[in-house]
Design a binder for this molecule. Structure first.
Ligand SMILES: [Zn+2]
Length: 421
């Protein structure tokens, strides 16, 4: 079997991206398909229908991950290609969907062309990658890889007070395939960069070497609500002021530390949240990331010390809850090299780079050789309704993924020695 350039159809992939993007479409051109919502169910149903139509064996595991396998019933170690289809509330058509639908496109191409490989191909859709409703994010792949128990995941309580297990059942995706039951030879994920680097440098393909470490903390500050007109400034215990002060500190901290350190306060809710009342309570999140684990720990320590000192001096209390803590993850050198070689042989410029965002591939990396392929995001914009990747870059990514997948699928080929579980 030889890898022929662009035998897979970018046109069909683009059509499917549009059609899936119409599920949960928002008025401003974006997508809102939050994990385990009705829209997520509808998106899952569509992908599952496509899997069935092209002849894949559809399996759903106990955390709702969907797998489309070809050939049917072949449970030897597979080349798995996947990502997620859940979105943030203001998401776009490409994040996650691209990796799933590119996998689907390859499987369909192989089936139509009657290409027989010595390893099965599995298209994977992982549950709750975004983590906006239920923590932690990348949950389906984390559970699949053995990093979180099924019970803990099913028991996760959402920001809307719902239990993940109940919602999974409600939308009909609490499957019966035991967790981790599919053996994997290697995992590859095609994803939009979600950052500005590739576009700025005019590079077409990113060979992703690693994913930076992530730390998510939820902070609750208790002050005292009081009249905004009559309470002298020196007598205030203003939770809104404290939260904003800490948000400002996080911004400066990342600047001070430099390197790959970034810091974000992305969610703040105030109580009672009224124009003329000093806030009694502020609940907010802190997202810190770095490619270096020690530096990430340092950022966490400095933020924690600052926040405790500030609230204590101002007569308020601070409670912190760790939501997510993931160390940086390195991808398999051989797969990174394979992505690089495939890109160059197809005539695309390629750059080795870290991922600034978390991805399912980093969870799979704990279980099997894993890697990722990035394509440029226009304007570096993502988690935004204006998220866009040019059709020619979708096509390039698909071609590279196809070549990588074919190489990995050949038993006795150069990548036969990848370890399996
Ligand atoms: Zn994603």
């Amino acid at each position: 079997v030889t890898a022929k350039t662009s035998s897979a159809s970018a046109h069909r992939l683009l059509d499917r991206l549009e059609e899936l993007g119409s599920v949960g479409a928002t008025a401003d051109g974006g997508v809102c398909r939050i994990a385990l919502s009705d829209a997520d169910r509808e998106g899952r149903n569509l992908v599952r229908r496509w899997m069935g139509e092209i002849g894949l064996e559809v399996l759903v595991d106990q955390i709702g991950n969907i797998f489309g396998r070809y050939p049917i019933g072949d449970d030897s170690p597979a080349v798995m290609i996947g990502s997620h289809i859940d979105s943030v509330a203001t998401g776009g058509k490409f994040d996650g969907n691209l990796g799933v639908l590119a996998g689907l496109e390859l499987a369909q191409t192989f089936i139509e062309r009657k290409i027989e490989f010595s390893r099965p191909i599995v298209v994977a859709v992982f549950t709750n990658e975004e983590g906006v409703r239920y923590s932690p994010d990348m949950m389906g792949s984390l559970v699949f890889a053995g990093g979180l128990s099924l019970d803990a995941a099913l028991g996760s309580v959402g920001i809307d007070g719902t239990r993940l297990g109940s919602e999974l059942e409600r939308i009909g995706y609490r499957g019966d395939l035991p967790i981790g039951a599919i053996p994997i030879h290697a995992y590859v994920e095609l994803h939009i960069e979600q950052g500005p680097v590739l576009e700025a440098e005019g590079t077409v393909i990113g060979a992703v070497e690693m994913v930076q470490g992530i730390s998510w903390t939820e902070c609750t500050i208790q002050g005292q609500s009081n009249h905004a007109g009559t309470t002298p400034m020196r007598l205030r215990r203003d939770a809104a002021w404290a939260a904003c002060n800490i948000a400002d500190f996080i911004h400066q901290l990342a600047g001070d530390m430099g390197g790959t350190q970034v810091g974000t306060v992305g969610r703040i809710s105030l109580s009672p949240n009224l124009i003329n009342v000093v806030a009694r309570q502020a609940v907010f999140t802190v997202d810190l990331r770095n490619t270096d684990d020690a530096r990430l720990s340092e950022a966490e320590k400095r933020f924690d010390a600052y926040a405790r000192d500030l609230t204590q001096k101002a007569g308020m209390t601070l409670e912190t809850k760790r939501l997510v803590r993931l160390p940086p993850v390195k991808f398999d050198d051989r797969i990174v090299a394979l992505v690089e070689e495939a890109s160059l042989s197809l005539g695309f410029s390629v750059k080795r780079m870290p991922s600034g965002a978390g991805h399912d591939a980093q969870m799979l990396a704990a279980r099997c050789p894993a890697g990722m392929i990035f394509v440029p995001s226009v304007g570096g914009i993502s988690h935004n309704v204006r998220e866009f990747t040019k059709p020619e870059h979708i096509e390039a990514g698909l071609s590279v993924l196809e070549r990588v997948a074919i190489t990995l699928c050949i038993q006795g080929g150069p990548y036969s020695a990848l370890s399996t579980l």
